[in-house]
Structures are given as structure tokens and as C-alpha cells.
Design a binder for this molecule. Structure first.
Ligand code: GCU
Length: 668
């Protein structure tokens, strides 16, 4: 293991060896021992058990029925093949699965059990069967080939440097790290495919990509690339990227044949088209479906898939125009073509209609689209949620999103049901996160941000895990197994998202960030709203009217959600300014007026951030000094940030509303 493994696959700590009798002999059933994934799994098992309990298990194999060439051509088949079962027989542990990946996940389950100091015999006495919730569990890297990372907060890329692909020990450690939490797909380059990245699909990079794909495949992880939609122009020498142009289609056919031959492990592509300056089919008067289907038809013969993002909107639109609404864009652009997308296209939908704000409603495309493969996209890179400086444990938010009832049918209608493929029997579905890793020794900059990477994987694998269970596992595996420490850190992580929300954007209004970086407060600052008008704040009130009297966005939801969001009385407080323009004196369900809520939330949010930081301070000497100092340094910055947000937001709304704080606190 290299020095860079870190976090939960760094089995350096000796664990209490409780009831480990059945760890002495481990039987693997259902997969060939010569398979690379199985070999890696066994290697992991031996390495982990030796480091944690000083024991080298005897491994036996039985019932060799499948191997890694098992081809899964649908989400259901992926789920069947990745299910594992762990049981105990004659004092030995049995790991059964229908594929090598299932065995790998079973191995990591056992290692987690030992690392969390749970009793092995008790954990598996009744037999434990785990079937992943979502067929595709992916990470999206926004890494650029010069080594920078768009929205990266933990060092440079470990995939690229100076336009070259890096393959070293850290590459394998990364594969181990993410496989251990169940990730089975990785997009390794930024969705904004510019300069050298456009050449990823040329012979300049084929060898390295083939190697990378093989390493990932050894851990059950599929390799995906972001594609420049206008490659025909950028690198192909054509003057068009029109998806219906024969020359364009012919170029892609030749290109894809070459790419899939040269990178055998490649599984498909992610495409950002017609958004924020990226090219796309709209340029040629074609639909998003025309663009996606053209590519999908071509990659189909190689078993490839096209993941097409729904983040399509006009970033130059005039936010002063009260009928124009960016929130509507995803639905307006994609709903009319529901059913037109071919079966190896997946639409990837950001969790909210805007852009990963601390609080947004769930996108109405989820539960709107019924005849199209869908994937949920969340962001664990903390772009708008504190840059991995501020602690913001996002798993509670992801749980809320997955539990959201879309009312697209009578049952099995939550986002979790949709993205698991259950609701509509989709051919492909799943969940992707814009990832938060970089070259920092601990992968995520702030040690506590590791909880979001770990947690995303665990949750995607098992939607039923609670945010608390996940936090507990993360802490025990990577920080400390001491019950007192575990409980204190859980008390820091679990409320951290709501605390961040309190000292930043109130009641779903969003944005208010410094332009470009998106860290720190600037009430009128967001760059795409250069007039500072998105919040519609004036002397009397604030918020955006997205009801039927305003932009009509609320009506994009199924009933009863549409009626709930459409009414300021029924709309939940935390989203009320997202959907309605209200006077400062409007009384919320909480009994507070809007303006008093703003003051209270900001003062309290700051105070709570101080309490989190004091809690961390109380852990000095109880955990590794490096981890302690790493987080302590960031807490100091978080408090400055929280203070600045509190002061700026409160003074802005005090000045504009001229309504004083009823508790008489000083507003600067
Ligand atoms: C946000 C982010 C961009 C990113 C974009 C996307 O707007 O600020 O950096 O490119 O999302 O998701 O494509």
C-alpha cells in the first residue's frame, strides 16, 4: 500500500480482534479465482485483515460459475450480478456472488465490519444479503488536462499533469478507495471539454487510457470520458457538428470504432451540450434527442452508453425579465422529447433545477420524464457549500432528495425508486456525484469532507442506510473508534448542512455568492446575474414568484406538489422564497416573519458554527494530530466566512427593509 492510500482503505490501525475465529478461513463462491477482480479482492482481504487483526486467512474457492466477462446489458442485470451474500458455515465465512464485483463488495463489507469493530460472528450469523440500490454509481471528475480541477478544493488532479495522463500507485489506490464504497463508474475528465481534452479520443492518449481502463476494471469500475460534442470540428477537420449531417455521422462512426478498439474497457461518454458556452445540437436547429441519439446509435454496437446532461440553459439570459426563469430550462428543454431518447441514452439530471445551491426543490424532470432512462446528479465537490473549508456533510440532503415523492404514479414514486430503475423499469439508471477529490494527501482537503465521498458511495450502494449510520462508519474507519470521539464528530457532521444553510442563503433563495469562486457572501454577486436582481429584493419584500402568477415554474411538478409549491401558504418554509415573492412581514409556518427569520437564522447559524468548532477543539489529544490540525485550520476560516455572511446578509436586508431586529441585536 502506498503512503497515499489514506482514509478508509488505509488499514493502518490495529482493531480489537473480537470473535475472529471465522476470519481464519474464508470461502469464495461463484467467481473464478483467476479473475483479476477476485484476485484484487483477495489481496485486499489479506492486506486488510493482516493490518487490522494480524491474521492471514486461508482462502478457498468453490462453485466457479461466472467470471468478469459476464456482460450486463441492463440495470436489472447489473443489480442481480452485484448482489452478494455473506454467511458463516463450519466456522468459516462464505462470500457468495454471481460476479467478481459481488465478491469484491462482499470483501469490503467484511473489512468494514472489522474496521468498525463490530462482531464478525454476530454480523453474519443470520446471513447478510446486500443488493445495490442503484445500477450505476458514478463519480464525475471535473479534472482538466493541465492538472487543474474545475471546482476542485483538495489540490490538483491526480489524473493529469501538463496535458499528460498520470498513472502511478495513487491511481490504483484511488480505484481501491472508491471500489470499497461501491462506486462502479468514473468519468475522468471535466464536462467542459476544452483544449487538450478534446484530443482524449485520439491516438495521443489511447495507450494511457487503455491502461487506466484496465486498472479500474480490476476493481469493477467502468471508465467513461466526457466528450466534446463538436469534436468533428475541433479535431475532425469538418465544418459542422450537425447530428443529422451524413459527413458528421460518418466521422463519428470511424472515430468510435477506433476508440472502442483502442480502449477496450471504455464504457461510454458523458456529454454537456448547449450550456455555458459548450457546443451542441441547438446550433444546427436540432434537438437534444437528435444529438444524443446520433452518438448512442453509433456506440451501441460496442456496448457503449451516452450519458447526456440536462443542465441546458441560457447563461446570458436577462434575470430582470420577470417571465424568464432559469429554473424552467431543464424541463422546458427535455420534457417535450420524453420517449424519443434511444435505450442506451441516459439523461443525467442535477438534483435541483438551478445549480447545487444549499437548498433547492428537487428537479421536476425527476418524476416528469417517464419514458427515458434517468440518472440523478449531485455534487460532493463543495462549490456552493463551503469549498471543503466549511464543514458541510451532504448525506442528509441526499437522503431528502432520494425520499422526495414525485407522485409520478401511485407507488414506488420517490426519486430513489426512479433512479434505481424500479418505477419505470428503465434499462439504465443510477446516481452520479461531481466528485471532491484531488492530489491532497487525504484526497479531500478537509478530512471531514471525506465523509461526503465515503457517504455518497455507501448511500448509492444502499439507499436505506441513514446519514447517521454512514457518518458513524466513516468516523470509525478513518478517524477514531473511540465511542466518545465518534459521538462528538457525529454531532459535528450531522447538523452541519443546516448550519451552513442558516448562515448563508435563507428560505431557498440561493446564490448570494462571490462571483466566479462561489465562496463567501456577495448578496448581489452571482456572475450570470450581472444586474443583481435574481432575489427580487426591494423595500417591501423579496423572493422569486415562480407560481402560476409568476414564471409558472411551480406548475412543472405533478400534483399535489404543484399546488403545494404554488401556494405561499402551503409551500414549506425552507423553499418559500424560491417559489414566492413575499413581503418581509409575511408570517412563515414557524411563526416568524420573513425578515425576523433572516436575522435569527444568520445569528444562530454563526453561533452554531462556533459551537461546532469548539466541539472540534475539545477533541485535541484524542485523535491523530494531523487530522486534528487539518480540520482546526479550516474551522478558523469557516468562522470568518460565517461571520461575513451573517453581517452582510443581515445588514443588506436591514437596510433595504428598514425593519429592525425584534431582539435588538446589533446589525452592522
Ligand atoms: C456550475 C459550475 C460550473 C460547471 C457547471 C456544470 O455552473 O459553476 O463550473 O461547469 O456547473 O455543471 O456544467
Amino acid at each position: 500500500m502506498s503512503d497515499h492510500a489514506g482514509l478508509w482503505t488505509d488499514y493502518k490501525e490495529k482493531k480489537k480482534n473480537r470473535n475472529s475465529v471465522c476470519l481464519g478461513k474464508i470461502c469464495i463462491s461463484g467467481a473464478e479465482k483467476t479473475d483479476t477482480i477476485v484476485k484484487n479482492a483477495v489481496d485486499e482481504l489479506k492486506k486488510g485483515l493482516m493490518a487490522m487483526v494480524g491474521l492471514e486467512p486461508e482462502i478457498v474457492y468453490e462453485d466457479h460459475t461466472v467470471n468478469s466477462s459476464t456482460v450486463c446489458s441492463s440495470g436489472r442485470e447489473i443489480l442481480d450480478s452485484e448482489e452478494y451474500r455473506i454467511s458463516i458455515k463450519d466456522n468459516s465465512l462464505i462470500i457468495e456472488g454471481k460476479s467478481p464485483s459481488a465478491i469484491l463488495y462482499g470483501v469490503f463489507d467484511i473489512l468494514r465490519t472489522v474496521a468498525c469493530e463490530k462482531e464478525v460472528e454476530k454480523s453474519y450469523a443470520e446471513g447478510k444479503t446486500v443488493r445495490p440500490s442503484d445500477p450505476l454509481r458514478m463519480l464525475n471528475h471535473w479534472d482538466n488536462m493541465d492538472g487543474s480541477i474545475e471546482r476542485g478544493y483538495s489540490g490538483d488532479s491526480f489524473f493529469y499533469e501538463n496535458d499528460e495522463i498520470i498513472i502511478n500507485e495513487r491511481t490504483r489506490d484511488y480505484a481501491r478507495l472508491i471500489a470499497s464504497v461501491g462506486i462502479n463508474g468514473v468519468v475522468i475528465n471535466n464536462v467542459n471539454v476544452k483544449s487538450a481534452a478534446s484530443y482524449m479520443i485520439t491516438d495521443r492518449y489511447f495507450d494511457k487510457l487503455a491502461q487506466l481502463g484496465e486498472i479500474f476494471a480490476g476493481y469493477g469500475i467502468g471508465l467513461y470520458l466526457s466528450l466534446n460534442y463538436a469534436s468533428t470540428i475541433e479535431i475532425g477537420g469538418l465544418d459542422s457538428a450537425d447530428p443529422l449531417d451524413e459527413k458528421v455521422i460518418e466521422w463519428w462512426k470511424i472515430k468510435m470504432a477506433e476508440v472502442f478498439k483502442m480502449i477496450p474497457a471504455l464504457k461510454g461518454f458523458l456529454v454537456k451540450a448547449d450550456s455555458e458556452g459548450r457546443p451542441g445540437p441547438f446550433t444546427y436547429g436540432r434537438t437534444q434527442a437528435d444529438g444524443a441519439n446520433m452518438l448512442a446509435d453509433i456506440v451501441k454496437e460496442y456496448g457503449g452508453i451516452i450519458i447526456w446532461r440536462c443542465f441546458v440553459y441560457n447563461c446570458r439570459q436577462d434575470w430582470r425579465d420577470k417571465k424568464t426563469d432559469r429554473a424552467r430550462a431543464g424541463y422546458d428543454n427535455f420534457m417535450p422529447m420524453d420517449g424519443d431518447y434511444h435505450d442506451n441514452v441516459i439523461l443525467q439530471i442535477k438534483n435541483g433545477p438551478m445549480d447545487f445551491q444549499i437548498r433547492e426543490p428537487v428537479s421536476p424532470l425527476l418524476g416528469g420524464l417517464r419514458k427515458t432512462n434517468q440518472m440523478l446528479e449531485v455534487q460532493i465537490a463543495q462549490e456552493y457549500t463551503g469549498h471543503q473549508i466549511d464543514v458541510c456533510y451532504l448525506i442528509p440532503e441526499f437522503k431528502e432528495i432520494l425520499a422526495f415523492k414525485t407522485y409520478c404514479r401511485e407507488q414506488d414514486d420517490t426519486v430513489a425508486d426512479i433512479v434505481s430503475g424500479k418505477t419505470f423499469g428503465s434499462r439504465y439508471s443510477g446516481i452520479a456525484a461531481v466528485t471532491n477529490t484531488g492530489n491532497d494527501f487525504n484526497w479531500t482537503g478537509n478530512y471531514l469532507a471525506g465523509a461526503n465521498l465515503f457517504g455518497f458511495g455507501r448511500l448509492a450502494f444502499d439507499n436505506d442506510l441513514s446519514a447517521e449510520q454512514i457518518a458513524e462508519e466513516f468516523i470509525r474507519m478513518s478517524i477514531s473508534a473511540d465511542d466518545g470521539v465518534v459521538s462528538e464528530i457525529k454531532d459535528i457532521l450531522l447538523p452541519s448542512r443546516e448550519i451552513y444553510e442558516r448562515y448563508t442563503c435563507p428560505l431557498g433563495i440561493g446564490w448570494m455568492v462571490k462571483p466566479a469562486t462561489h465562496y463567501g457572501c456577495s448578496v448581489d454577486g452571482y456572475e450570470y446575474d450581472r444586474w443583481g436582481t435574481y432575489h427580487r429584493a426591494d423595500h417591501f419584500g423579496l423572493g422569486v414568484d415562480r407560481s402560476d402568477k409568476g414564471t409558472g415554474y411551480a406548475l412543472q411538478y405533478n400534483e399535489p406538489n404543484a399546488s403545494i409549491y404554488n401556494s405561499p401558504e402551503k409551500c414549506p418554509d425552507e423553499l418559500v422564497l424560491f417559489f414566492h415573492h413575499l413581503p418581509y412581514t409575511h408570517v412563515l409556518h414557524s411563526g416568524k416573519t420573513v425578515i425576523q427569520h433572516i436575522y435569527d437564522a444568520h445569528f444562530e447559524g454563526y453561533d452554531e458554527a462556533v459551537r461546532l468548532s469548539e466541539k472540534w477543539d475539545s477533541l485535541k489529544g484524542k485523535l491523530d494530530d494531523e487530522i486534528f490540525e487539518n480540520v482546526k485550520e479550516r474551522f478558523a476560516l469557516q468562522l470568518e466566512n460565517a461571520r461575513e455572511w451573517c453581517d452582510q446578509v443581515n445588514s443588506y436586508f436591514f437596510r433595504i427593509s428598514a425593519i429592525p431586529d425584534e431582539k435588538g441585536r446589533q446589525i452592522y
